[in-house]
Design a protein around this ligand. Structure first.
Ligand code: CTP
Ligand code: MG
Length: 226
């Protein structure tokens, strides 16, 4: 089985603020995108890593992956969905068996999350597998006062990488309407069977400025010295 990881890194990181998009900000002295690449390279199950970027950020990208021997980056689009689609289309000429679509902003995915995804796809009945954490806080609806309870039973906080059989995912993307926030939404709309595998708090997405401090606590010196 050939496994390609597609890291979507073409966003502007507006909520995180800063001089450059969040994936190019330094965490423990290393750009967030580089942490993401190193994590996936360290896992033996990923054969190829491709990164989808905003071509305007090419210099930042080159700095982020210096010395890591990656194939050329792929130009992304105006939405995450468009960026992922562009990445998937770029793989079509030499398609992998499995593709893992991953947010650059989730740079600290533990090996166990990847192990579980690949194991789930060992079952031919699954078209895909997506890591998630069960919701543990109470959920309530309301505007300025609470007005409804929401049953959290069976609700999940969905993470990435999201793993799929490549042909199934690219077909689902080609058929998808705009507005999907992740591959899972696109796969579900296409009727694919997607297993729930264990997520991990360490796979959190850097989104707000305060998340950089949290990310700094995740840095593994042995990995980032490469
Ligand atoms: N992404 C992308 N192309 C886009 C938008 C987002 O590749 N046009 C990527 C981001 O780089 C990020 C991932 O999708 O790794 C998740 O998106 P998000 O956390 O929303 O990042 P941004 O869109 O960059 O941030 P913001 O929404 O705060 O502007
Ligand atoms: Mg966004």
């Amino acid at each position: 089985m050939t496994v390609t990881a597609l890291i979507v890194a073409a966003g502007k990181g507006l909520r995180a603020g800063g001089e450059v998009p969040k994936q190019y900000q330094h965490v423990g002295g290393v750009m967030l995108l580089r942490h993401a690449v190193l994590r996936l390279q360290a896992h033996g199950g990923v054969d190829t890593i491709r990164v989808v970027i905003n071509p305007a950020d090419r210099d930042l990208y080159d700095a982020a992956v210096a010395g890591l021997a990656l194939a050329a980056p792929i130009a992304g689009g105006d939405t995450r969905q468009a960026s992922a689609r562009a990445g998937l289309e770029a793989l079509a000429a030499d398609p992998p068996d499995l593709v893992l679509v991953h947010d650059a902003a989730r740079a600290f995915v533990p090996d166990a999350v990847l192990d579980a995804l690949l194991a789930a796809l060992g079952d031919p009945a699954n078209d895909g597998a997506v890591p998630a954490l069960a919701v543990t806080d109470s959920l309530r609806r309301g505007t300025d006062h609470y007005d409804a309870a929401v049953d959290r039973d069976g609700l999940w906080r969905v993470q990435t990488p999201q793993a799929f059989r490549y042909p199934a995912l690219v077909a689902a993307h080609r058929a998808a309407a705009a507005g999907a926030t992740d591959e899972l939404a696109i796969a579900m709309a296409a009727g694919l069977r997607v297993a729930i595998t264990p997520g991990d708090e360490r796979a959190f997405k850097v989104t707000e400025p305060a998340d950089f401090a949290k990310a700094t606590a995740m840095v593994t010196p042995a990995l980032t010295s490469r």
